[in-house]
Design a protein around this ligand. Structure first.
Ligand code: A2P
Length: 316
């Protein structure tokens, strides 16, 4: 099965909402679900997927399920156990895609925990700092390749890698990454990185395709950071009789990336899928691409100081 171009992102969907959200999303037509151990909701997601299959809405082979290896499980001896934990939580025998969540190795914490208690509970810490682990990325990749060899996942890939890390990975990968998942939206267009991935035959998935929306409540973006009010977007929306969100999502798919927008609102879920019955003109595409400000909302510095020194300059 090929990865459906529009998937459903499960980051920040509360466990108590997962079952209803997934049932609603499957009814709306979503077949691609983007999960991660770090989202802390995989058991609840598994219940939703099981309910959708039990209700006859879809079968396992019609679904594309992605999960991700968390930063604390990069050591080769933890990779298979982490994958098996995600599989058990999701109630699945195999994943369609398993991704390295960040190119950042942190000290191991037990799987049930995700974060060391002091990271979560220290009210005085003004910046959460987790301990680094000295695990080279090539060792983690070898362990990922073994997961594919064993059939635990059909494909493997990476998230949040910059171009230098992609070149490096391609130099040693026995199994090439199928997918690179990165933050991308009109304020962070990532043209060079996307071109590089394409040259290597790696498909690109854009997370946070709507821009700042997910980050406002996390204080990682301001109310005014939204791209949905940009004239290039609202003008195209008026011309095509679509919403600004649909314009931004269409821009992303039309330039060849897949997208994983999240919405717990049934109407917006449907809206985000209804982007295949129109095309943006070359001028509209160019005007939206010109909104680029290299503005990243997802900052891995929340896990550890200097998570990625040169994250900004060499990323694009
Ligand atoms: P909600 O779940 O209430 O719909 P992203 O997937 O880019 O991270 O964005 C997710 C955020 O965008 C959520 O806050 C979600 O809120 C909101 N959102 C999702 N779809 C739309 C839409 N079509 N129009 C406006 N906001 C949306």
């Amino acid at each position: 099965m090929d990865m459906p171009q529009t998937g459903f992102g499960l980051w920040k969907v509360a466990s108590e909402d997962c079952r209803a959200t997934i049932l609603e999303a499957v009814r709306a037509g979503y077949r691609h679900f983007d999960c991660a151990a770090d989202y802390g909701n995989e058991e609840a997601v598994g219940e939703g997927l099981a309910a959708a299959m039990a209700d006859g809405l879809c079968s396992r082979d019609e679904l594309w399920i992605t999960s991700k290896l968390w930063n604390t499980c990069h050591a080769p001896e933890h990779v298979e156990a982490a994958c098996r934990k995600s599989l058990a939580d999701l109630g699945l025998e195999y994943l369609d895609l398993y991704l390295i969540h960040f190119p950042i190795a942190l000290e191991f914490v037990p799987f049930e925990q995700r974060y060391p208690p002091e990271w979560i509970h220290d009210p005085d810490a003004d910046k959460p700092v987790m301990q680094r682990a000295a695990v080279p990325l090539h060792q983690t990749w070898r362990a990922m390749e073994e997961l594919q060899d064993k059939g635990l996942t059909r494909q493997i890939g990476v998230c949040n890698y910059n171009s230098a890390l992609i070149h490096d990975l391609m130099s040693y990968a026995r199994i090439k990454p199928a997918v690179l998942q990165i933050e991308a939206h009109p304020y962070l267009t990532q043209e060079k990185l996307i071109r590089l991935a394409r040259d290597y035959g790696i498909a690109v998935t854009a997370f946070s395709p709507l821009g700042a929306l997910s980050y406002v409540e996390l204080d990682m973006a301001g109310e005014n950071d939204t791209v949905l009010n940009a004239p290039a977007v609202t003008k195209a929306a008026a011309r095509h009789g679509k919403t600004p969100a649909q314009i931004v999502l269409r821009w992303a798919t039309q330039r060849g990336t897949s997208i994983i927008p999240k919405s717990t609102n049934p109407e917006r879920m449907r809206e985000n899928l209804a982007i295949t019955d129109f095309s943006l003109s070359e001028d509209e595409m160019a005007a939206i691409s010109a909104l680029n400000r290299n503005r990243r909302f997802n900052d891995p510095g929340v896990f550890c100081e200097q998570a990625f020194d040169s994250f900004h300059p060499i990323y694009d």
